[in-house]
Ligand binder design. Structure first.
Ligand SMILES: Nc1ncnc2c1ncn2[C@@H]1O[C@H](COP(=O)(O)OP(=O)(O)OP(=O)(O)O)[C@@H](O)[C@H]1O
Length: 305
């Protein structure tokens, strides 16, 4: 398979760029010749992926974290359609958060990533797509690989993405989480699942999940599968700072689905609107806010496993 690597040199706190000579040597020993490009700024991975698929590459692999995976998946599509439905998505995980890879139990080591990349084994992979309002107030759409969520999860991601300019990774994440949770009040949101009757609910978080983890390791959707043609939909209502601190074990191991403040179901589409400002997060990025319409494209691309 002709392979192209989309490399985010800034991922893993810049270590990917610093270790690139060593990494690329190991890739060559494992899969032979390959093409590659370095991302220079946000959204660059979309362009690199589209160009690689147009040039006839059959596998495009992200070398980076969840943000790079998201952009590469977006590059698999043009004008609302997959550029090549047979093309495979690969991953050499290099990020700090790693929520996408956790759904598959993949570790950060290069050896197992190269074993997946060099094998011909692929499986169908569902892709999510959301239409929403961006921060400039314009309608926009974006694909996602792992999870789209709104509510406090997106507010925290927004705080962290802005805050990380001032602090370094973990400290910024912790500070953003505590600060946001302490003052967060449930938002009233009108939800419509699979085109059914709209329901107005107070929500802390709603997550439409293809993968299982978000927020650097919270198992929000313990039963989600990336090839079942469905989202797992998690609704957290009236969650408090204490649920994330004192009862955090249940949030990280998936037991929260048995709590009476959690609703857990499956769906193919979700529409949401609110009179309040509610941010939308997708694969850790926060491109905008409600209203939004989220739907699943079953088996839209193939994944190297
Ligand atoms: N050359 C670059 N300079 C600055 N930012 C970049 C560059 N290339 C890509 N980016 C942006 O960096 C963001 C984060 O990258 P990525 O997710 O790969 O790494 P990470 O933050 O280490 O991992 P994770 O998201 O899993 O925590 C991406 O959303 C991407 O838009």
């Amino acid at each position: 398979m002709k392979t192209f690597l989309v490399v985010n040199p800034r991922s893993a706190n810049g270590e990917t760029g610093r270790r690139w000579a060593e990494i690329s040597g190991q890739v060559t020993r494992s899969i032979g010749d390959f093409g590659f490009g370095f991302t220079e700024r946000a959204m660059d991975a979309v362009r690199l992926t589209r160009d690689a698929l147009a040039d006839g590459y059959e596998c495009v692999a992200a070398v980076g974290g969840d943000g790079t995976v998201n952009e590469v998946v977006n590059g698999f599509f043009a004008d609302g359609k997959p550029i090549n439905p047979q093309a495979a998505l690969g991953l050499i995980p290099r990020g700090t958060g790693g929520d996408f890879r956790r759904a598959f139990g993949w570790e950060l080591d290069l050896e197992s990533a190269l074993a997946r990349l060099s094998s011909d084994k692929t499986e169908p992979f569902d892709v999510g797509v959301a239409e929403y309002v961006n921060h400039e107030g314009q309608a926009e759409s974006r694909y996602f690989a792992n999870i789209a969520s709104f509510g406090v999860s997106a507010t925290i991601a927004h705080e962290v993405n802005v805050g990380s300019k001032a602090f370094g990774g973990n400290l910024s994440f912790l500070w953003g989480t505590v600060k946001t949770l302490a003052k967060y009040k449930d938002r009233q949101v009108r939800l419509r699942v699979d085109g059914g009757e709209p329901e107005t609910l107070g929500i802390t978080v709603v997550a439409a999940s293809n993968g299982r983890y978000f927020g650097s390791g919270m198992c929000v959707a313990p039963k989600a599968l990336t090839d079942d043609g469905r989202f797992d939909l998690t609704l957290w209502q009236d969650y408090r700072l204490s649920d994330f601190i004192i009862k955090s074990k249940g949030v990280y191991n998936g037991d929260h689905t048995t709590w009476n403040k959690t609703r857990y179901l499956q769906c193919r589409t979700l529409e949401a609107e609110s009179d309040e400002e509610v941010f939308l997060e997708m694969d850790g990025e926060v491109p905008g806010k409600l209203p939004c319409r989220i739907r699943l494209l079953p088996g839209a691309i193939r994944l190297k496993v």
